[in-house]
Design a protein. Structure first.
Length: 478
């Protein structure tokens, strides 16, 4: 049992009203921890602390900020197993995946420790000989970071690392389902010697109250949010009142295009890996599979063969590849999507129902064929282990179907034809395209969406830009 209070101004502190909430294991329904349940007052205090800490932290040489981040990186790797276990217990993903997430999360810390030292300005040739034009990059100020439950560690480090590297201070609000991993991470940042107020952690069950307090505060200069498109739109509207900078990493509805010349065996394996990772609860998860009609049947068979071998269960058990869904609501959404698809003519090749395992919210990994545009599985994120297959005849048709959605986060294509790979990847209206690659995410690459999948980029040299202002200084020599 883990227990975390809030972390404000360098101190672990109970919420002002003394309330707490329990954290449940989605694999068993058991209580695995407890954290403080923050109120508006706590948020105000955290923002105040971040605001106070900003001048000192932003004035520190980048090298010193980098040293703190390097220490966090080292200790994340040292505590990889404990972090992974904590994540599996509160979120459900299999332990091996959780370990992979710790590495991925730590990679952002390491990358931005280095990137802190490469925040360059510019000089621009002026039009008059007595003038100089300088462009400076400066941290935006206090950052509010709101994160989802599906990647409890990486969604925090992907925001906090570039923010701290840039010289900003932060108030983080993780999802109520997964506050314990956030608490553990906070401990590691504290041990690494981060000054008081630089990184504050607010956990709570009233997201609107916390969100209103963060967004209504003029001392918060920037919102960085990862979560659903629905909540992202709401926060963007709220941010407009005080013209806060916003970065939004929102929902996806990734298409996976498999052309007739693809290596079927590899494509089926990659689709399975991309679709069923984290039980299908990943923003870049394949959601719609478009297969050339000539290879539809052999592909569906290969995919179903892979999927039938996937072991579902409690992520703490050896060999389990798919854990539970996060909660009953998620399970009901998956059931609703599959029922809707079947009623509209889809065929279940494998799976298609709840799994009767004790305690948790399990759904059989499912492959559907005969998917059509009018089905919910083709229209919105299922966020579950369901792989709907639809066929196409021409490249143009495949591209049109792939782009026919308000979302634009990740898309994938499999082909051995280089010209087609270039044409299609250029035509896809998506921020991330995997060509013969089902796992494109990397700390050094830009991650983010087109259209309603978001604004801005995380990762790589692009990620730190989101936390920097551009200042133009014009100097006239006298
Ligand atoms: P969500 O939008 O319900 O919640 C995300 C966060 O926002 C949580 O911390 C939640 O407590 C908070 N929140 C909810 N309502 C709020 C409000 N009114 N004011 C302030 N905060 C509020 O999303 P979720 O269910 O936690 O996560 C799943 C979603 O996240 C999916 O849509 C997924 O695609 C998306 N996601 C996107 C990315 C990406 O990089 N684009 C990565 C991971 C997840």
């Amino acid at each position: 049992m883990k227990r975390y209070p809030l972390y404000i101004d360098g101190k672990w502190t109970e919420s002002k009203n003394g309330s707490t909430f329990e954290v449940l294991n989605p694999a068993t329904g058991e209580v695995v921890g407890e954290t403080a349940d923050a109120s508006e007052e706590d948020v105000k205090e955290a923002v105040e602390a971040a605001h106070r800490a900003f001048p000192e932290w932003s004035a520190r040489p980048a090298k010193e900020r980098a040293e703190v981040l390097h220490r966090v990186y080292e200790s994340m790797l040292k505590h990889r197993d404990e972090l992974a276990e904590c994540m599996t217990l509160e979120q459900g993903k299999p332990l091996a995946e959780a370990r992979g997430e710790v590495q991925y999360a730590a990679d952002f810390i390491e990358w931005y420790a280095e990137e802190a030292k490469r925040v360059y300005g510019e000089t621009i040739p002026a039009s008059a000989s007595h003038k100089r034009i300088w462009v400076l990059k400066q941290p935006v100020g206090v950052v509010a970071a709101i994160t989802p439950w599906n990647f409890p560690a990486a969604m925090i480090t992907r925001k906090v690392a570039p923010a701290l590297a840039a010289g900003c201070t932060v108030v983080v609000k993780p999802a109520a389902q997964t506050p314990l991993t956030a608490g553990m991470l906070m401990e590691l940042f504290e041990e690494a010697g981060l000054p008081a107020g630089t990184f504050n952690l607010i956990t709570g069950t009233r997201p609107k109250e916390i969100g209103d307090a963060l967004l209504g505060d003029t001392r918060v200069q920037k919102l960085t949010f990862t979560g659903s498109t629905e909540v992202g739109k709401l926060l963007m509207k709220q941010a407009a009142d005080t013209v806060k900078r916003v970065s939004l990493e929102l929902g996806g509805h990734a298409p996976f295009l498999i052309f007739e010349d693809a290596d079927l065996e590899t494509a089926a394996r990659e689709v399975a890996a991309s679709k069923f990772r984290n039980a299908g609860q990943t923003c870049v998860c394949t959601n719609r599979i478009y297969v050339h009609e000539r290879i539809r049947e052999p592909f569906a068979k290969q995919l179903a063969d892979h999927v039938r071998q996937l072991k579902v269960g409690n992520g703490m058990e050896e060999g389990v590849e798919i854990g539970p869904l996060i909660d009953d609501r998620a399970l009901e959404k998956v059931e609703h999507h599959v029922r809707d698809a079947v009623e509209k003519g889809a065929q279940v090749v494998t799976g298609g129902k709840r799994l009767d395992l004790p305690g948790g919210c399990y759904y059989e990994p499912t492959v559907l064929t005969g998917a059509t545009e009018d089905m919910l599985v083709q229209q919105e994120e299922t966020f579950g282990p369901v792989a709907p297959i639809q066929s196409f005849q021409t490249e143009k048709e495949a591209l049109h179907k792939a782009n026919s959605t308000p979302y634009g986060l990740a898309a994938y294509l499999y082909t051995r034809d280089l010209s087609r790979a270039i044409r299609v990847s250029e035509g896809l209206e998506y921020g991330i395209v995997g060509v013969n690659d089902g796992k494109p995410s990397a700390a050094q690459a830009p991650f983010g969406g087109f259209k309603e999948s978001g604004l801005g980029r995380e990762g790589g040299k692009y990620g730190i830009e989101e936390f920097l202002e551009t200042k133009y200084v014009s100097v006239a020599l006298t």
